[in-house]
Design a protein around this ligand. Structure first.
Ligand SMILES: Nc1ncnc2c1ncn2[C@@H]1O[C@H](COP(=O)(O)OP(=O)(O)OP(=O)(O)O)[C@@H](O)[C@H]1O
Ligand SMILES: [Mg+2]
Length: 377
């Protein structure tokens, strides 16, 4: 049975809504071999969008490869993941991919292990190391496959911010860019969250990936798209919700994708077949949403210093810029002028705040609501 509302994993089909303009833009980029950089705060829908677009192109038109590099700590861990994904996902017959890949892996002894996860049949570690392949050999593999097949390939790399955290990151980035930029048949879609990391890779003039491609900062899904989605999904579950209350669900969580689905689900579970949703249901569900996230948010604030907590208090009170002003520093007890930059940096690194131009906001709106209730003294 289809779940009415899904949160926490990438969504598709029945659970996917909106994103028309972004889908078109990505499709056009993919079809024309334009590199894409896609960034947004966590849980807004990057993975869902890219997978959606990959599902729309037919393999006769172009081949898409998807790889998630979360957890890669070294350059060669990254190469192993990349090569395995490229070999598996470009093979013409899935079961024969090892056979097709033998030119590349004859120097290796791949280990195949069966996964306890029923959704994944097996995982492969190719065992690529500096002794078996140079970075250039691995990075050229995809282009060679594209040439052999006479097709374009788009390689989509999820959680790309991880590249910023591996050892010798800048050199690795320079190596990737120098190979990738000369490839004719292969293009890349690089996406991830944590604005400060993605920003330091792509928005910094002195870094190799500066101006690498079409930069897309993912927006929130519009209230109109959400309202349609929520109203019809309630109706599918034999419940009714007015467009006004559906729109209020969005407002309560500032249109933050995962939370819109989670809050809708909580409202759904508070009602029975035949019910009509009321504002009281929304209030109760919102309380539950805050309660569900309590442990998570507690963990977020636990390591913070009193100064950092005060900084968050100031934002919740509506201060969004010029934290260095003496009235602001005194009122919120933020310490000296020079302390402000340190506080900003620490909260950015924890992804608690987002900086756009001069404006500072909290990254997670529900965290903001929780903080306001629990931590404002
Ligand atoms: N287009 C969409 N339609 C409906 N719900 C969506 C959509 N995109 C995202 N969501 C909601 O947001 C949640 C997170 O989506 P997704 O994993 O794609 O985001 P992400 O930006 O890749 O997150 P992360 O930063 O954690 O990798 C989904 O589980 C779903 O609840
Ligand atoms: Mg994702």
């Amino acid at each position: 049975m289809e779940r009415k509302f899904v949160f926490g994993v990438a969504v598709s089909g029945y659970n996917f809504t909106g994103r028309k303009a972004e889908t078109e833009r990505l499709l056009t980029d993919f079809r024309n071999g334009v590199n894409v950089i896609l960034m947004s705060p966590r849980r807004l829908g990057k993975t869902s969008l890219v997978r959606h677009v990959c599902g729309l192109v037919s393999p006769t038109e172009l081949i898409t490869v998807y790889v998630d590099i979360f957890g890669c700590k070294t350059e060669y861990e990254f190469y192993n993941k990349l090569a395995a994904a490229v070999l598996q996902q470009t093979a013409s017959r899935k079961e024969l991919w090892l056979e097709e890949a033998k030119d590349f892996i004859y120097r290796l002894s791949p280990k195949i292990s069966f996964s306890p996860d029923p959704n994944i049949q097996f995982s492969v570690s190719l065992g690529i190391s500096p002794k078996t392949h140079t970075p250039e050999e691995i990075l050229s593999l995809v282009e060679q496959i594209a040439e052999r097949k006479g097709k374009r390939i788009v390689v989509c790399i999820d959680e790309f911010q991880q590249i910023g955290e591996i050892a010798d990151s800048k050199q690795v980035q320079a190596r990737l860019r120098s190979v990738w930029q000369h490839q004719q048949r292969t293009s890349y879609c690089l996406f991830g969250s944590k604005h400060h990391l993605m920003g330091s890779i792509f928005l910094n003039r002195s870094m190799p990936f500066y101006q690498f491609g079409d930069l897309i900062v993912l927006d929130k899904i519009s209230t109109a798209d959400w309202t349609d989605y929520i109203v019809t999904h309630f109706a599918d579950g034999n419940r009714s919700i007015s467009p006004t209350l559906a729109a209020e669900i969005c407002t309560l969580v500032d249109n933050y994708s995962a939370y819109v689905q989670q809050l809708s689900w909580l409202v759904f579970t508070l009602t029975k077949e035949g019910d009509t949703v009321t504002r009281a249901h929304l209030q109760a569900a919102m309380n539950e949403l805050l309660a569900t996230n309590d442990i998570l948010f507690m963990q977020m604030v636990e390591p913070l210093s009193e100064y950092q907590m005060n900084f968050i208090r100031a934002i919740i009170d509506g201060i969004n810029d010029n934290f260095g002003r003496s009235q602001v520093r005194e009122k919120y007890r933020l310490g000296s002028y020079s302390n402000i930059n340190r506080l900003k940096k620490a909260l950015l690194e924890r992804d608690i705040i987002t900086v756009k131009g001069d404006e500072i906001t909290l990254t997670d709106p529900v965290f903001g609501k929780w903080f306001e209730r629990k931590m404002m003294v």
